[in-house]
Write a protein that binds this ligand. Sequence first.
Ligand code: TA6
Length: 293
Amino acid sequence: MLDKNFQTLSGVSFKQLDGIEAIEIENEYAKASITTYGACVLSYVPQQQQDLLWVSNKSVYDGSKPVRGGVPICWPWFGKALSSDLPAHGFVRNKEWQLAKLEQLDSSVTRLQLTTQSDEQTKAMWPYEFELSLAIEIGRKLIMSLTTVNCDSDAFTVTEALHTYFNIGLPQGLRIEGLADSIHSDKLVNNALPQTQAGDVVLNPPMDSVFQNANKELQIHDEVNGRVIRIRSRNANSAVVWNPGAEIVKGFSDIAAQGWKEFACVESGNVLDDFVTIAPGSKHTLSVEYSII
Ligand code: TA6
């Protein structure tokens, strides 16, 4: 249960969504909704703008699986697990996090910190002691910082990503600027050799592509919604672009048949060879700043 002591902050309320809870934020810059289940930002609506994020209208809110959409946290691995009995994209998006801090910064930006840590269940899947925290700033921008602390006596290696679902007017032909010269691996082509990305990425679903050596600013040209979404990241060397298209979407019970036409995933993190090794007692922070320009 959320600690209701936080309720005293103006513009903050708590909402029960079927089996999970959400923190609703409203300040002079934006409105947002964050569920403690998976520490997933479900919505971020800057003033006079449409929601930056997309959530499927067939999402499940009973805590049995991650909400489909928003910004799921992929950690301590990205993609399929080595063992088929482990969840894809790690296990922290499938568990309840704790709300550790909720404060109004002097610029009336609302800042939250959610935390989770190793326990018997996580160690059965991944044998290391860790603390993970997600700092979220709701203001003119949406700023998210995922900090890993190695509390173990051994070093460990993670892959990670903010798996962000953007609310997009027309994904077909969507232009994504900033990935030129990165190393592109097409996950839809078996044994595809990595290629150097020439120029902007144009999304034509289905697409499931990893871009490595991708740490520049990205701009998503959401022309139908008349906006450009800017992504600035720190300590993220990979980007992933995903949209299932009309055929692959049929395999997702929590996305409507036409739902693929409403979003594009542009994910920031460290995946495949861009893994991060963290020494005992050390920490690593992946930060991403989202804004509409
Ligand atoms: O980031 C792209 C991807 O890895 C796709 O391959 C697809 O599986 C997508 O993530 C959604 O994964 P999920 O486990 O959330 O259904």
